[in-house]
Design a protein around this ligand. Structure first.
Ligand SMILES: *Cc1c(COP(=O)(O)O)cnc(C)c1O
Length: 365
């Protein structure tokens, strides 16, 4: 199975959508054979698919039994739903790139008092920054996809003690399934499927604890508009029947069930070890090269799942050499388009593909 991906003409290292997980083609065929795309979302067949998908996500990511797993259209939708359902007044956002910035912006657009602390691109946060004690939600982005900066887990986990009343919300869209969160120290975490899970785009996965449900109900009772079909109480009531409020993307939920099952069989420990190995050899190759370097200087905040190369004036030379070998890097994000290349390091990217990438980079001088 794996060698298919290796001999494939094109390997997509863009961070999203990324290369499909190598089993997806077969799962799509099977799903069509079983008429999954036309199955009713109120049928037993769908309830089984819903249960398999949420059960596998729970097992793979080690999610506690009392947490809820809900489906949305995208992670962007979840940013908005978090604003509506969980920020009663004030939120505080750690911003270090385009994605964390958008999370903050959406909270502002919803008329929340959204405060922020911003770090320069590629640089760490000032960890001594004062987050007001009456903040109702603290928003953190585990992996800033635009610049390849990770927010260390110790920092994410520190707010439970310092701000016990705040909801701790974590965007882990471009890092899961790699990180192992301490679910006692956060309240909600979310992802969309076209990054680390290697699936076609169009599905968001939202994990919340009971504190989040309680907060949204309290907000609703105090007269706040928490949204209509995808608010937390409604999502919970349908999920308790293994259903969704609307007609969902059944095929996407089915493919998520299949791919998470594949990852469980491979072993999350193996997935994590391989992620670390691939990241290590790529960073090493970038550091050894005289024309390019890692964009993020500080190894403590270098992302393992989206690795950004600063190519200076050599971007075209590097890109051409890679594309000639069928290896397609992602473009730099926004203002870094002419200077950066981004490499997704997701479970579908094999060790062999990374070794090949590193070999080519070593020859570029
Ligand atoms: C891609 C991405 C999003 C948005 O995901 P969509 O599925 O496009 O809504 C949010 N946060 C981060 C960190 C991302 O990388």
């Amino acid at each position: 199975m794996r060698h298919n991906a290796r001999t494939m003409y094109k390997v997509n290292f863009t961070p999203g959508p990324s290369q499909l997980y190598f089993t997806v083609h077969d799962h799509v065929k099977q799903a069509f054979k079983e008429d999954v795309p036309s199955c009713s979302h109120r049928s037993r067949q769908f309830e089984d698919i819903f249960q398999a998908a949420t059960g596998n996500v729970r097992t793979l990511l080690n999610v506690p039994a009392d947490w809820h797993i809900f489906f949305t259209g995208s992670a962007t939708e979840i940013w908005e739903r978090i604003g509506e359902n969980l920020i009663d007044k004030k939120s505080f956002h750690f911003v270090n790139g385009s994605f964390s910035k958008r999370f903050h912006e959406i909270a502002s657009q919803l008329n929340k008092e959204a405060l922020q602390h911003e770090a320069a691109p590629g640089k760490p946060f000032d960890t001594s920054v004062a987050v007001p004690a009456d903040t109702s939600l603290i928003a953190l982005t585990h992996n800033e996809t635009s610049t390849g900066v990770t927010t260390p887990l110790e920092f994410i986990h520190s707010f439970r003690t310092s701000h016990p009343n705040a909801i701790v919300a974590v965007d882990a869209v471009s890092s899961l399934p790699y990180p192992q969160f301490d679910y006692d120290k956060i309240d909600t975490v979310f992802f969309s499927v076209q990054k680390g899970f290697g699936l076609p785009a169009g599905l968001g996965v939202w994990l919340v604890n009971e504190r989040c449900i309680g907060r949204s109900i309290a907000m609703q009772q105090s007269g706040v508009n928490i949204g209509t079909y995808h608010n937390l109480p409604t999502l919970k009531s349908f999920a308790s029947k293994n259903q969704t409020p609307e007609t969902p993307n059944v095929l996407a939920i089915c493919l998520l069930a299949k791919v998470t099952d594949d990852m469980i069989r491979r072993g999350i420990h193996m997935v994590r070890k391989e992620t670390e190995y691939k990241a290590a050899i790529l960073y090493q190759a970038l550091e050894a090269n005289s024309l390019i370097k890692p964009f993020v200087d500080d190894p403590a905040i270098r992302s393992k799942t989206v690795i950004v190369a600063d190519c200076g004036g050599h971007l075209e030379k590097v890109r051409t050499a890679l594309v000639e070998h069928g290896l397609h890097p992602g473009e730099g994000y926004g203002p870094f388009k002419k200077q950066h290349l981004r490499f997704a390091n997701f479970p579908t990217h094999s060790k062999e593909q990374f070794e090949c990438l590193v070999d080519i980079l070593e020859k570029i001088r």
